[in-house]
Design a protein around this ligand. Structure first.
Ligand code: ACM
Ligand code: ZN
Length: 550
């Protein structure tokens, strides 16, 4: 064993440290350090994936062999530390002594005969596998005597992420997507080394997760009687007359959480409160200020009926959260907090009584009271809350993390108050915006967020001190689905923009010109893997004066 590793060291020290910007490699996100040798490595079906005998690595070896088998149609053999070695191997190895690359870093060394991935943890090994996979899938394929070979350049990569929170969100309420698609979405997150899937599960237009204690959430709240046709900003409204709905069973949720976990992805569930709660109110009207009746929303926007601050509401939400906590092992539970109009609270005797009883100044403080109660409850279960930046209004809950969406100010304010923040500003991170000229794009909510704009984003605000910047955990792409009816349309809106975002959150030194070259290679990968994408993501509007952006 030791001899083999010595051999590796010899091979790698003879690598030429050529300029890393090469025509042969298109890794996204770009690794922090990459050197390329002059020789090549050939993968054929006489290859063994070998792990160092540590059982933690067996699932990783299986995962890699499955990737190679499914996407390249190559069967590779598997062997662990006790089996006889051949020289043609992909070796996975955990460091005996942790190096500086942390939890998620790795090294990938491709020699002439073998490949070595090392890391401190299985997460790092997983990201090394993703890099190798990207190289394999875009490698040169050669046929000889009826056999296929994949040729890769020899490389030495040392890599680790810039940010620890690298997220993608998906709204499954405005439109819902099959479990198989959620898995395909998670695969894409893994491919681009995202580590967080923010799953937006409850809304005005539908409640999408099974809650056993409150069956009406699913019988009533998961269904709307019809859906708005066309853009929500254009009147008169017309509707399709077709009932729409569904929800994920708890078994399906467990399956998805496990699937994500195998791919080193944490699933953060979002249960919206106190606003965006019409589907819950339609199911249990006693939880609203007026008592209803309410209907699951059939159009988009912000609705005035929100949870009343009565005790029944807190009991209800706590019971819901107990089931959520059972399903999601993540540290965070997202409690929403955005876009909660105070109209009903101003008119509600119960809510006004809460304000008086608790000595609160106004309805903003009432919202803060609401969120802080939920935080206290969740903290007892060792969970932390994360919420949209409106949770700053009226006083931030003591342990809350802020998701800054109305620009970056919320994130800045949170960081200055010693709270963590995740940056998701609409200007750069909303993938429901148009990405090319709206005139020739499928209907979207509005905005104009090109690939280049996403790429240009830096999650660390310019005017934040170095110390405060440590509270910026990372960034996230948001995918609101009012206008995305099918999986193919979701794919179209996120690809290639999420590739750009992956580089924002992973890579230290970005290079837009070089990224454009690599993304063209990734278009080919999307075709191989069967993902839909926007193939014209460049600014096609700057010179068009008659554009029509909402
Ligand atoms: C949001 O976009 N309402 C967070
Ligand atoms: Zn009320």
């Amino acid at each position: 064993m030791r001899n083999i590793f010595l051999l590796f060291i010899i091979i790698f020290t003879t690598l030429s440290c050529s300029k890393h910007k090469t025509n042969d490699i298109a890794i996204i996100p770009e690794p922090q350090n990459l050197s390329i040798g002059r020789s090549t490595f050939t993968l054929d079906d006489d290859m063994t994936i070998f792990w160092d005998g540590n059982d933690l690595l067996k699932p990783q070896a299986l995962y890699l062999s499955d990737l190679i088998d499914k996407s390249l149609d190559f069967e590779v053999k598997l062997a662990d530390g006790d089996e006889k070695l051949t020289s043609r191997m992909i070796i996975l190895q955990l460091n005996k002594i942790a190096d500086a690359r942390g939890d998620e870093g790795y090294t990938l060394d491709i020699g002439r005969k073998s490949v070595l991935i090392t890391a401190n943890t299985t997460k790092g090994i997983f990201y090394g596998i993703q890099t190798l996979y990207q190289m394999l899938i875009s490698g040169t394929i050669v046929m000889e005597n009826g056999r296929r070979f994949i040729i890769l350049p020899i490389v030495s990569i040392e890599d680790m992420p810039r940010f620890k929170y690298r997220g993608m969100h998906l709204d499954v309420c405005r439109h819902m997507f099959p479990v198989e698609f959620i898995k395909k979405y998670i695969d894409l997150l893994a491919f681009y080394k995202f580590n967080t899937f923010h799953w937006h599960l409850t809304e005005d237009q539908g409640w999408r997760i099974e809650i056993k204690k409150y069956p009406k959430l699913n019988e009533i709240g998961s269904w709307r009687k019809e859906t708005l046709v066309g853009h929500g900003g254009k009147t008169p409204f017309t509707y399709d007359g077709v009932p729409y709905g569904g929800y994920y069973t708890q078994n399906e949720v467990k399956e998805i959480v496990a699937y994500a976990q195998e791919r080193m992805i944490t699933v953060i569930p979002e249960i919206e409160m106190p606003g965006h709660s019409l589907a819950a109110l339609a199911s249990y009207p006693e939880l609203g200020c007026t008592g209803g009746p309410y209907e699951v929303a059939t159009k988009w926007g912000v609705f005035e009926d929100i949870y009343c601050t009565k005790e029944e509401t807190f009991d209800f939400l706590e019971n819901v959260l107990v089931e959520i906590i059972e399903l999601f092992p993540s540290e965070y539970i997202h409690i929403g907090g955005d876009e909660a109009p105070k109209t009903r609270w101003i008119e509600c005797v119960t809510c006004q009584n809460t304000i008086n009883r608790e000595g609160l100044k106004d309805e903003k403080e009432l919202q803060s009271y609401f969120i802080q109660r939920m935080e206290k409850f969740l903290n007892k279960y060792d969970k932390n809350i994360i919420g949209w930046d409106e949770i700053l209004e009226g006083g931030l809950a003591p342990n809350a993390t802020v998701m800054s969406w109305r620009g970056t100010e919320g994130g800045i304010e949170a960081a200055k108050m010693n709270h963590d923040a995740v940056m998701t500003p609409g200007s750069h991170c909303y993938f429901d915006h148009y990405q090319a000229n709206p005139k020739s794009e499928p209907l979207a909510i509005g905005g104009y967020t090109t690939l280049e704009k996403v790429y240009s984003y830096d999650p660390i605000p310019l005017d934040l001190s170095e110390i405060d910047s440590e509270h910026i955990l990372g960034a996230q792409g948001n995918v609101w689905t009012e206008y995305m009816i099918s999986p193919e349309h979701v794919e179209y809106m996120i690809l290639p923009r999420m590739a750009a975002l992956s580089e924002v959150v992973w890579t230290g030194n970005k290079d837009w010109i070089y990224f454009q070259k690599r993304i063209t290679d990734h278009f080919k990968i999307y075709e191989i893997l069967g993902y839909n994408y926007c193939n014209h993501p460049y600014d096609s509007i700057a010179s068009d004066k008659n554009n029509n952006i909402e």
